[in-house]
Every structure is written in structure tokens, then in C-alpha cells.
Ligand binder design. Structure first.
Ligand SMILES: [Fe+2]
Length: 433
């Protein structure tokens, strides 16, 4: 916009310079015409033949196109006039053009104007006024258009430059947002003005060291959490390796569901750490060889929330904590600790619930024998829709019956399906504790 205004007024200035130059070129011609007309007017007025002055003027101006002449008496009454601009209207003055001459406009024409009094032998007789048309530079009429185009180009250039700068600034903003969300991998575009480039580079360098630190801290936390889980499992030789097996089943299901790498890793950690909250359960309950009484079971039911508390304190493990908290929820809402139902239970939690129950049923515990694989699958199917997510049970069971993944049914054992028990499952809640 400013450029357009600048162009417009610069053009007007150049136009006035051009008009002044033209006017100065006509200066001598104007003075000759004034002097000659004044002499003729004095002569003819004093001889009493002023009526013939019109004819003389027309003949005189026939040699010099573009000029107009007007002779008036002392009262302002026209004595003679010739030429297209000889009417007595005053000019709208634009600028002076030399001694006794000026440039003005009349009816949208640019004119050079000059005049002189007619001095007779005894008194002033009137005055003579001459005008000549000036050619207006063609580009002046295009000036508003040129100014608009310049404004538009300037606007686009400024907008493009600002967008270029803002890209760098937005990149830095995205990195800082990432810090808040613990997404330390984000980096800024090192682009824009030199200052922004340097700033983006510094931010990226800071993020590199922050990432290294965050990764190390997270790794230490994770190692500690995994060691805690192994400690809990090591107390009972029958549960040793349970978390690793649950993780294996869970990842198999995650792959069947098309999870990406990041989600598979969350699922794997969630499965490995799902029972970490058992560190808060007394050994007398944890290692009890037989079924738990009501009071003991209440103590055992605290472990999902305890696990959530431990894991959610670790940077970047919020999703993993959700798995630990929700792995004992049931599809119909009768689980614990929050008694949420259906899709309100995190998908990873629903997967781990199936993997946890399956492993608990098919492995030996201090208080029970290992159950045949197909019988465990039948129980999962039976509790599908009440305890477990039915669509996930279908995926898991068909995977195992088709011989896919860890501890799947072999071809021979699959034929025993018809003979498998389809009775109630008194051991499931106990075994999956
Ligand atoms: Fe558990």
C-alpha cells in the first residue's frame, strides 16, 4: 500500500516536472505572441479599427496551432479573441512556469498562460492574454493503475516474506509445545531470517540434549519398574515369566489389529508392567497357595490403581499406566477398580485382560494345575461379552486355534475342541489375580 502511494505521488511529481519543461520550451514563443498582439492591438485601437483585430488574430494563429489569444479592454470586455481556449474562464493554476507565465488546467486540458497590459500613448487600453495547450504525458492516466499493481506486488512480497519468517517462528513454537506434551523428538525448521535461523538451531541443540537426558531418565525409570515386576514374580516360582508371556500374547494381538510401532511398544510395556502394583500387596496375600478370602481379595484388588500410580509418575508412560489400571476391568462393567465398561476400557487394557487370563489358565500355579489350551479358549469364549471384549476374544481364539503365535493349538489338539469342557469357570477370577 505504502509503495503504491509512493509511486502515485512520485508520478505526479514527475508529471509536473514534465509540464514545466514543456512550458519553458514555449516561453519565447509566448512572449513573441504577446508582444506582437499587444502592438497590433494598440495600433488598431488608436486608429479606431479594433474590429479588424479578430481577423488579424485568426491569420496570425493559423501559423501556430495550439495557441489561443484574447484581448480585453480595461473593463474586461473582450475586444478580440481567437483559438480553442480563448474564453475568459480563469485557469485552475498548477505551477508557475517562468516569469509572467504559469501552467494551469481548464476543462481537463493542461495550458500554459501568459498576459500583459496594453499601454497606449496616453493610457492603459486593456490587456492581452495568450494560452497554449500542453501535451499531457500518456503515462499519467495510467498512474492509478500502476500504483495499484505496485501495491499488490509489494503486498505479495511482504506477505511472502512474513510467511517465510513465521514458518521459522511456528517451528520453534511447535518444539516448545512438544516439550509440554513430552514429545521431545520435535525439531524446528532452521529457516527464515538469520536471527530466526540461529534461534531455531539453538532450540534444536537444546532439544537434542534434553532428549538425551529424557531418554536416559525414562530408561532408568523403566529398568527400575521392570526390576520391580520381576521381583514380585520372583517371590512365587509359579508366576515367574508371567509378564513376559502376557506381553507376547498382547503384542501378537496388537499386530493382528494393525498397531503401529509406537502403539505396539506401549502395549508391550503395559503388558510387562501390568501387575507392578502388586508390590503394594502383602506377601501373605500374594503368595497364598489357596483361594483368597473376601478381605484378602480386597487387598489384591488394589494393585491396578497402585500400578497406575507408580507408572504415571514416569515421564511418557501415561498410556502404559492406563493399561495397568484397566487390565482387571470387565466388558460388562463388573470389574475393578473403576468398574468401567465396553469401549470406555482402554483397548490395550482389554487386550492385556485376555492375555493375562489365558496365561493364568494355561500355566500351573501353587493353587491349581495348568489347564489344557483348548479348554482355556472355550472359557474365554464363554466369558466373551461379559468379562472380555467379544471382538478381541474372537481374534485371539481364532489365532490360537489356527496354530498362530505363542502357545497356539497344534493340529492334533485342535481336534479335541469338541471334547473340551464348556462348564463354568470358577478358577478364572482367582487365576487371573
Ligand atoms: Fe493383575
Amino acid at each position: 500500500m505504502c509503495t503504491g502511494i509512493l509511486v502515485y505521488f512520485s508520478g505526479l511529481f514527475l508529471a509536473s516536472v514534465e509540464l514545466d519543461k514543456q512550458a519553458r520550451g514555449l516561453e519565447a514563443q509566448a512572449f513573441d505572441l504577446i508582444q506582437e498582439t499587444a502592438r497590433e492591438a494598440v495600433s488598431r485601437i488608436e486608429r479606431g479599427s479594433v474590429n479588424s483585430l479578430d481577423g488579424w488574430l485568426r491569420v496570425r494563429l493559423a501559423r501556430e496551432a495550439g495557441w489561443s489569444v484574447r484581448v480585453v479592454d480595461t473593463q474586461g470586455t473582450a475586444l478580440a479573441a481567437a483559438g480553442p481556449d480563448s474564453e475568459g474562464e480563469p485557469l485552475n493554476r498548477l505551477l508557475p512556469a517562468g516569469e509572467g507565465l504559469l501552467v494551469g488546467s481548464l476543462n481537463n486540458n493542461r495550458l500554459l498562460e501568459g498576459g500583459q497590459r496594453i499601454q497606449g500613448t496616453l493610457a492603459t487600453l486593456g490587456s492581452v492574454q495568450v494560452r497554449s495547450r500542453l501535451s499531457r504525458p500518456v503515462w499519467i492516466s495510467s498512474l492509478p493503475g500502476i500504483a495499484c499493481v505496485c501495491s499488490l506486488i509489494s503486498f505479495l512480497l511482504v506477505w511472502g516474506w512474513l510467511a517465510f519468517l513465521l514458518r521459522g517462528v511456528k517451528g520453534i513454537e511447535a518444539v516448545l509445545d512438544g516439550v509440554v506434551r513430552e514429545e521431545f523428538w520435535r525439531r524446528a525448521h532452521e529457516t527464515g531470517a538469520e536471527e530466526i535461523r540461529i534461534l531455531a538451531r539453538r532450540v534444536n541443540e537444546a532439544m537434542e540434549s534434553l532428549t538425551d537426558g529424557a531418554v536416559r531418565v525414562r530408561q532408568v525409570y523403566l529398568e527400575t519398574a521392570l526390576a520391580l515386576t520381576r521381583t514380585v514374580e520372583a517371590k512365587d516360582r509359579y508366576t515367574s515369566g508371567h509378564s513376559q508371556r502376557v506381553a507376547r500374547y498382547a503384542v501378537e494381538m496388537g499386530e493382528m489389529l494393525g498397531f503401529d510401532e509406537k502403539r505396539l511398544e506401549t502395549l508391550r510395556l503395559g503388558a510387562l508392567l501390568h501387575d507392578i502394583g502388586k508390590v503394594a500387596v502383602p506377601d501373605s496375600v500374594l503368595l497364598k497357595p489357596g483361594p483368597l478370602d473376601e478381605e484378602e481379595f480386597e487387598l489384591m484388588k488394589r494393585h491396578p490403581m497402585a500400578g497406575d500410580k507408580v507408572l504415571s509418575a514416569i515421564p511418557g508412560l501415561r498410556d502404559v499406566a492406563d493399561v495397568a489400571r484397566s487390565h482387571h476391568e470387565k466388558w460388562d462393567g463388573s470389574g475393578y477398580p473403576l468398574q468401567v465398561a465396553g469401549d470406555a476400557i482402554p483397548l490395550e487394557g482389554r487386550i492385556v485382560a485376555i492375555a493375562d487370563a489365558y496365561d493364568a489358565m494355561v500355566t500351573k500355579r501353587s493353587y491349581k494345575k495348568a489347564m489344557p489350551l483348548n479348554q482355556a479358549l472355550v472359557i474365554l469364549e464363554k466369558d466373551s461379552g461379559s468379562h472380555f471384549d467379544p471382538s478381541l476374544v474372537q481374534i485371539f481364539v481364532s489365532m490360537k486355534r489356527n496354530g498362530k503365535g505363542y502357545r497356539a493349538l497344534s493340529a492334533d489338539s485342535a481336534t479335541e475342541k469338541s471334547r473340551a469342557s464348556s462348564g463354568s469357570n470358577p478358577e478364572l477370577n482367582e487365576s487371573a489375580r
